[in-house]
Design a protein around this ligand. Structure first.
Ligand code: HEM
Ligand code: HEM
Length: 127
């Protein structure tokens, strides 16, 4: 696994490690207040980034599209904003980071959809 696929997988692992440490800290402290932030760090970081990694690994023509790097950058920015942003929103401090992260994450998914659509379909041999 190379290029953007490997980069997505490395981000997934870092997010998964942070999310699991956060989960263990919540369990140990018996304070689950921030569980939605922990959940979304794991779901958008570990789970979604792993799916993107496998997709780009399996479809090299999509990985070769320059937009794949933009997709990677948007997802990283969104996860970095959204996880602490949800925690800050729950604590009643600010909703700004959560809102920014959500919109960037949505934009990154639209871009991913575009990249998938631009991949040429399989050319089947005809007699
Ligand atoms: C070491 C691993 C993990 C630990 C110790 C852990 C711990 C926890 C704890 C204590 C809660 C709060 C439960 C409650 O209040 O009822 C929670 C919620 C949650 N966790 Fe984890 N977790 C771990 C890994 C994961 C992973 C890998 C995922 C996703 C792939 C995940 C997704 C969620 C979700 C979606 C919630 C509910 C969020 C919500 O309240 O809206 N967790 N976790
Ligand atoms: C832009 C991305 C996303 C935003 C803004 C978002 C927002 C939210 C919000 C506001 C909640 C309610 C939290 C609460 O009640 O305290 C929630 C719950 C949840 N979300 Fe997300 N979400 C996003 C993406 C995802 C994704 C990609 C997944 C799964 C792969 C996911 C899985 C969940 C789950 C499992 C819950 C908990 C439901 C429950 O406890 O009843 N979310 N999300």
């Amino acid at each position: 696994m190379n290029g953007v696929a490997r980069a997505f997988f490395l981000v997934a692992i870092v997010a998964g490690l942070c999310g699991m440490v956060w989960g263990i800290q919540m369990s140990a402290s018996q304070d689950h207040t921030l569980s939605p932030a922990h959940g979304h760090l794991n779901l958008l970081g570990w789970v979604s980034c792993s799916i993107f990694a496998f997709y780009y690994h399996l479809v090299p023509s999509a990985a070769a599209n320059p937009l794949a790097r933009l997709h990677f950058g948007l997802v990283v920015v969104a996860v970095v904003l959204l996880a602490p942003g949800v925690a800050l929103a729950i604590q009643g401090k600010t909703e700004l980071l959560a809102k920014l992260g959500s919109v960037i994450m949505l934009g990154s998914m639209l871009l991913f959809g575009w990249i998938v659509l631009k991949v040429p379909g399989r050319v089947t041999a005809t007699a």
